[in-house]
Design a protein around this ligand. Structure first.
Ligand SMILES: NC(=O)c1ccc[n+]([C@@H]2O[C@H](COP(=O)([O-])OP(=O)(O)OC[C@H]3O[C@@H](n4cnc5c(N)ncnc54)[C@H](O)[C@@H]3O)[C@@H](O)[C@H]2O)c1
Length: 333
């Protein structure tokens, strides 16, 4: 199969390697000439330490590389998905499958990224979402990993499942696109918060509370938007939440730790040196929650800290003193 991967950050590069190893003809597209030249000359991506880019991987900065492809992987940061989709639309051949692997909710529209891609490509091309607990660094080092390929059309999800899976990258299929995409976007909010608590010196109890109650509010929003509650207990919900909230590989977690230690927010984000999707996801998730009238206390608390300058300790104390409630309130309402 001919495949283009758009975006040569850690994730785009790791997936390009995987797809090449699966016997496909793969072109890795970079946003800048410098980035592409660096990858080609060093045969390394600094975001994937100790991984050599394999022979046979092609490089390009020309988006028309998609024109002969059967499948195009959209792996840019979330803020660039709309523009990239708009630019590739006239270059794609009919029936090209678009695979969205970026994680986030678009800032101003509050749309999921597959919705953004559909909007910009006029619904002419099938879109499948690939998501799950998957650090690029580990996938590139062949660490056993599992993800989910989601599409309303189950047969299409299964086609993409076949393209990506191998003996160290297990792929499940799903038809719950809403749940899969929201899990991926919202866990970044919780990772920032988990990092923040760790940075403040709080312990495992706080992290466990945050992850569990975070998952509850993620699922609450998801269900209100049409997702299946069960999806949040799976790889793209609980799975991704575990990996992001507990690992120092997660930029969102690391940014949170710095913020919790008192580093000013913009300085903390700058220190990470790459896109901290969770920062934008907090704003988008809060807007979405307000739109559908769903309560998301942790997301709201994160918004107050990140965007309104609220004092972290005060916000946490207020969260702890919210009105008492039943743990599974949804079932008792
Ligand atoms: N890194 C991971 O482990 C991982 C795993 C799963 C999903 N993701 C998601 O994949 C997406 C990409 O993340 P990443 O870690 O590969 O890289 P990243 O966020 O560091 O950046 C990806 C690439 O986007 C390019 N880029 C920057 N501005 C651009 C623009 N305006 N238009 C087009 N491209 C632009 C950069 O040159 C860079 O190569 C994110 O949404 C992320 O949440 C990442």
């Amino acid at each position: 199969m001919k495949i283009a991967v758009l975006g040569s950050g850690g994730w785009g590069t790791a997936l390009a390697i995987l797809l090449l190893e699966n016997g496909n003809e793969v072109t890795l597209w970079s946003y800048t000439e410098e980035e592409s030249a660096r990858l080609q000359s060093s045969r390394e991506n600094p975001l994937l330490p100790e991984v050599t880019l394999p022979e046979g991987l092609r490089f390009s900065t020309d988006l028309s590389c998609v024109s002969s492809c059967d499948l195009v992987v959209m792996a840019t940061p979330s803020f660039a998905v709309r523009n990239t989709s708009r630019q590739v639309r006239p270059l794609l051949k009919p029936d090209t499958i678009l695979v969205s692997v970026s994680k986030g909710i678009e800032k101003d529209s509050s749309l999921r990224l597959s919705q953004v891609i559909r909007e910009e490509t006029g619904g002419d091309f099938p879109v499948v979402v690939l998501s799950g607990p998957s650090h690029a660094e580990e996938v590139a080092r062949h660490v056993p990993t599992a993800c989910v390929a989601a599409c309303e059309d189950c047969a299409l999800a299964e086609r993409v499942q076949d393209v990506f899976l191998n003996e160290r990258f297990r792929v499940y299929s799903s038809t719950d696109v809403v749940g899969v995409e929201l899990g991926a976007a919202l866990k970044n909010v919780m990772a920032l918060c988990a990092g923040c608590c760790a940075g403040m010196g709080y312990g495992d109890n706080t992290k466990a509370m945050l992850m569990t109650r975070g998952l509850a509010e993620m699922a609450r929003l998801g269900v209100a938007l049409g997702a299946d509650r069960e999806t949040f207990a799976g790889l793209t919900g609980m799975g991704d939440l575990i990996v992001t909230c507990t690992s120092l590989n997660s930029r969102n977690n690391r940014a949170g730790i710095l913020i919790g230690k008192g580093v000013p927010i913009q300085e903390a984000i700058a220190q990470i040196g790459a896109v901290v999707e969770g920062y934008f996801a907090v704003d988008s998730a809060r807007t979405l929650a307000q739109k559908v009238g769903v309560e998301m206390p942790i997301t709201e608390a994160a918004y107050r800290i990140l965007y309104q300058g609220a004092e972290i300790r005060t916000v946490i104390s207020e969260l702890m003193q919210r009105k008492k409630r039943h743990e599974t309130e949804e079932r008792w309402a």
